[in-house]
Design a protein around this ligand. Structure first.
Ligand code: ZN
Length: 248
């Protein structure tokens, strides 16, 4: 069977002398692993359109469980990421997240749109990396079925309070009065960070990356979002560790 779709290459490896095996986040079939025959030839259009972080139109040949990329035409190469090691390492973290969270062999339009928008923004430099990172993490976790409940204090249902705490393990907010002496690990958020986290989860997709925060707020947002993700995925991400080493 042959199908036409589009997708982002999120991982690549060489196989033998000529061929490559790529992991692709496709619109129609989610995460797939596909062979690129003769993909290492420098003359091959298919080879260059199936490099890491290329977004391409693809024709796939499917035989039982095996996918082979028959044709590939590059739509966007994200050139500006390739000359900046910090941006490149953040992009690779997004790729690792998508590889773990996006569905296998099922439509993944939302994930692909999120990834493409994040990569475009990362190239353009108009938003702090912490904004892009938290939005990707929280929105992708929400797609995956792990949406934290940030509507209001989980106990008294107040929407705003001078002190608000995020409990990453339970994925809830508690106001200062309700938190009392609850011993579960929590992160103190200002209302700015609460609003930013709500935005990452509940905002219309078109506005997802459009918010601002103070530098201090960005640091708290980054910590809260990352800890929520790590606690619920019960694993670390090598690409995230690498990004943090590069950024400092
Ligand atoms: Zn409360």
């Amino acid at each position: 069977m042959r199908i036409s779709t589009d997708g982002l290459i999120i991982k690549e490896q060489n196989i033998g002398e000529q061929d490559r095996l790529v992991t692709v986040l496709t619109r129609s079939n989610g995460i797939i692993r596909a062979f690129v025959k003769n993909g290492r030839s420098i003359k091959s259009t298919k080879g260059s359109a199936t490099r890491l972080l290329c977004y391409s139109r693809l024709v796939l040949y499917i035989n039982r469980d095996t996918y082979i990329i028959d044709e590939a035409q590059s739509e966007e190469m994200f050139i500006k990421l390739r000359t900046d090691i910090v941006k490149m390492s953040l992009a690779q973290y997004f790729c690792e997240l998508a590889a773990v969270l996006a569905p296998l062999e099922q439509p993944a339009e939302d994930y692909l749109r999120l990834m493409l928008n994040a990569l475009y923004l990362l190239c353009r430099n108009t938003q702090p990396q912490q904004v892009i990172k938290a939005a990707v993490e929280l929105r992708m976790m929400s797609f995956y079925g792990y949406m934290p409940d940030l509507v209001c204090c989980n106990q008294c249902k107040c929407y705003e309070a001078a002190e608000m705490y995020f409990l990453p393990r339970s994925g809830i907010l508690l106001c200062g009065a309700c938190k009392g002496d609850i011993s579960e690990y929590s992160i103190s958020l200002g209302m700015g960070v609460v609003t930013a986290m709500r935005h990452c989860i509940y905002a219309d997709f078109n506005k997802l990356f459009s918010f601002t925060l103070s530098d201090q707020g960005l640091n708290i947002l980054e910590r809260a979002s990352e800890e929520y993700l790590i606690i619920h995925m019960e694993r670390s991400f090598q690409t995230l560790d690498f990004y943090k080493t590069m950024r400092t």
